[in-house]
Design a binder for this molecule. Structure first.
Ligand SMILES: Cc1cc2nc3c(=O)[nH]c(=O)nc-3n(C[C@H](O)[C@H](O)[C@H](O)COP(=O)(O)OP(=O)(O)OC[C@H]3O[C@@H](n4cnc5c(N)ncnc54)[C@H](O)[C@@H]3O)c2cc1C
Length: 399
């Protein structure tokens, strides 16, 4: 029987996925002199970067710590964030002359376009001779070091394979469950996935009310269990959106209410009872409209059954009921808008099977998972990109 020849590697490192983590990993490995190929089925690299942060890419945050990430292992991010943190990424963008600014909550954005971040990563890759193949459909992935990747653009062989194909959000721009399938095939666990950083949808009376208010935005504190975010909440035709809702969506589980404090830092009951004494002839909704947009004040007063009533003739118990809505409205979401609009994916490749220092699979030599493919999900605010840079960079230092 003829023995098929063992073909030599084409590269030292194959990276599947030319997104944030894959490009950073490729640049990091190439800077160490590794021959790197990056393969992606999209027709251009970094598509999510291009549309991120409203086109300005919220590329990191001033204050990045493991507490800003959801994962079955809350300590998993410690090492990578320490080895390549926000300061390292800022050094990189300064070297490339990219202007940036800071917004609320320490969020750092490009002054101009997110495209500058993609161009920077491509320049870093180019300097290290990285080959980037787009419109490259991945077929069979064989071997377990050396790996063999069959694609529509040829066969690639390398002792290291980095899977950087991201999570499931936004399938229309190339998201796929590739990393999860490959992880399972190599014996790694996958933590159940769900859309994260996503608008929440409602049904019944809540939806009727929210639709009436579509377009209104208020600063609120939204909480669930121990998680609490004070930012804008936006009423929509499907329910609720805005940064505070996106944040809490990552913690929400079906059937549970979220708690909305529409007057954070203000005790609505004390305020209402105080105004009752001062201006007994004012209608309840007029008083509430001094604290909230008029349409919202009217809807919530109506829900409390107090529309058109002079506040002076309204029992304190009824005002306390209204105050409960203002400081602690507890609507139960019917669901979320799903991966179609989610900015991130909860869950992913189980960190128990990965080294937190290198992102290498513990049981499969040469196999790495980085970025959003892994069970690490950041808060809104540049944390997800920072995870992509950190995990990609550390993998590139070893692969
Ligand atoms: C609308 C939007 C705005 C966002 N804004 C921000 C922001 O401002 N700040 C922030 O921190 N985070 C933001 N995020 C989240 C952030 O974009 C992701 O967390 C980050 O891109 C993850 O990087 P990644 O490299 O792991 O995956 P991705 O960037 O998703 O890259 C994965 C790559 O793999 C390729 N791929 C997937 N499947 C296959 C396959 N089967 N074969 C070949 N190639 C494949 C994809 O085409 C893609 O190029 C935003 C997300 C969205 C959807």
């Amino acid at each position: 029987m003829p023995v098929s020849p063992v073909l030599p590697p084409t590269h030292d490192v194959i990276v599947i996925g030319a997104g944030a983590a894959g490009l950073m990993c490729a640049a990091s490995a190439a800077a160490r002199g590794r021959r790197v190929a990056v393969l992606d089925h999209n027709d251009q690299p970094g598509r999510k970067i291009l549309i991120s942060g409203g086109g300005r890419c919220n590329f990191t945050n001033r204050d990045v710590a493991p507490v800003h990430y959801l994962s079955a292992n809350p300590h998993f991010t410690v090492s990578a964030l320490k080895r390549f943190g926000p300061g390292d990424f800022l050094d990189l963008i300064r070297r490339h002359g990219i202007a940036w600014h800071e917004r609320d909550h320490g969020r750092l954005f490009c002054d101009d376009s997110a495209a500058l971040i993609v161009e920077m990563l491509l320049r870093e890759c180019g300097a290290g001779g990285v080959e980037i193949l787009t419109s490259c459909r991945i077929g069979t992935v064989g071997g377990d070091g050396p790996f063999r990747v069959e694609t529509s653009r040829g066969t690639f062989r390398a002792p290291s394979l980095v899977v950087a194909t991201g999570g499931l959000s936004l399938p229309k721009i190339g998201a796929s469950g590739f990393a999860h399938v490959l992880a399972r095939r190599h014996g790694l666990g996958v933590v159940a996935t769900a859309p994260a950083l996503v608008p929440l949808t409602f049904a019944g009376d809540d939806l009727v009310l929210m639709r009436t208010l579509a377009g209104i935005s208020v600063e609120a504190e939204v909480s669930l269990g121990g998680a609490r975010f004070r930012e804008a909440v936006l009423f929509t035709h499907r329910g609720l959106s805005g940064p505070a809702i996106l944040q809490i969506s990552s913690y929400w589980r079906a059937g549970h209410p979220i708690v909305l404090d529409l007057l954070p830092g203000q005790d609505a009951r004390t305020t209402l009872i105080g105004r009752k004494a001062a201006r007994p002839n004012a209608q309840v909704e007029t008083v509430v409209a001094e604290m909230l947009p008029a349409r919202l004040a009217q809807c919530l007063t109506g829900r409390a059954g107090l529309l058109g009533k002079p506040i002076g003739q309204t029992p304190n118990a009824a005002l306390a009921g209204l105050a409960g809505l203002l400081n602690g409205w507890r609507p139960v979401p019917a669901g979320s808008e799903g991966y179609r609009t989610a900015e991130a994916t909860l869950g992913g490749v189980d960190t128990a099977g990965l080294s937190s220092k290198t992102m290498a699979a513990k049981a499969v030599s040469g196999l790495y998972f980085v970025g959003e493919a892994v069970d690490v999900t950041g808060w809104l605010g540049g944390y997800n990109f920072q995870w992509a840079w950190s995990s990609g960079w550390v993998a590139g230092q070893t692969a």
